[in-house]
Design a protein around this ligand. Structure first.
Ligand SMILES: [Zn+2]
Ligand SMILES: [Zn+2]
Ligand SMILES: [Zn+2]
Length: 269
């Protein structure tokens, strides 16, 4: 399984184009842009419909399924589907998401658009072109699901944005999963009084610990922090702090190779 990060930023991206804070100034100085979070699996499965076009050289033409986490504007941008309509793609496309997602996208489809909108609920499972897709519960302001995706090669990915501390039933559902790759949101950095359905540098390590105890994250799991906002310290500092937690940063456009069995369940984990 090849997981390409199309975006690793929060809703406003990082840097926020309107902001003059030190963290945004640092990103700008280094020419680093983090688009709203979205990922492409094996060129065929798209996680979230971000409002920004993908990084240089990445095409969405091979996508047959889109998994949308929720209907917030940084994850469910109708313009992304409109752009597809304008090139008159005739291949079928399935777009999956909690019920507000089909409701929001339906008015944007053309009468002959070969797009199938499918509502999913936490606990639901779908099978698409050799992929097993499970929707897990999130803790967010609107109906939201996280996606647990197993590829035809057996590699397994957890896409976990946008969410606050994980619901107990989600940790339970992930028990023993030994994910090869986990994309876990970490929106707020050192701001901990945000009072939102997001994680920060205080709650992120707690979720990783819970996932480790459940055998969902193991020594072989590649944990990548996503949905990063400018409340985080500058990237070099953040990378160091994440490394101490067993997680990492990757730039937009990076591809993470997930090999099945890379993450092996340690005895007693
Ligand atoms: Zn978001
Ligand atoms: Zn800023
Ligand atoms: Zn959201």
């Amino acid at each position: 399984m090849r997981v390409t990060l199309l975006g690793t930023g929060a809703a406003d991206g990082w840097p926020n184009p309107w902001c003059t804070c030190g963290s945004c100034a640092d990103s700008r100085r280094r020419g680093e842009l983090r688009r709203p979070t979205s990922a492409l699996v094996d060129g065929t499965l798209l996680l979230d419909l971000a409002p920004a076009p993908p990084p240089d050289g990445i095409s969405l033409a091979g996508v047959h399924t889109v998994l949308v986490t929720h209907d917030h504007a940084d994850h469910c941008a109708p313009l992304a589907l409109l752009a597809r309509q304008w090139v008159r793609r005739t291949q079928p496309l399935t777009v999956v998401g909690p019920s507000p997602v089909p409701t929001m996208l339906r008015p944007w489809l053309g009468p002959d658009d070969p797009v199938d909108l499918v509502a999913v609920e936490p606990g639901g499972t779908l099978h698409r072109a050799g992929y097993r897709i499970r929707a897990l519960a999130a803790e967010h302001e609107v109906p939201t699901v996280l996606y647990d995706v197993t590829g035809p090669d057996g590699a397994r990915l957890l896409y976990a944005t946008d969410t606050g501390p994980l619901p107990a039933r989600t940790v339970e559902a992930a028990r023993g999963a030994a994910y090869d790759v986990v994309l876990l949101e970490e929106t707020f950095g050192d701001v901990t009084d945000h009072d939102t359905g997001h994680l920060d540098l205080h709650t992120f390590p707690d979720q990783l610990a819970r996932l480790r105890t459940a055998g969902a994250v193991t020594g072989g799991t590649d944990v990548v922090a996503v949905h990063l906002g400018h409340h985080n310290p500058p990237a070099a500092v953040l990378a160091e702090r994440l490394a101490g937690l067993g997680a990492r940063l990757v730039p937009d456009g990076a591809t993470v190779e997930a090999r099945p069995g890379q993450a092996t369940l340690r005895p007693g984990a």
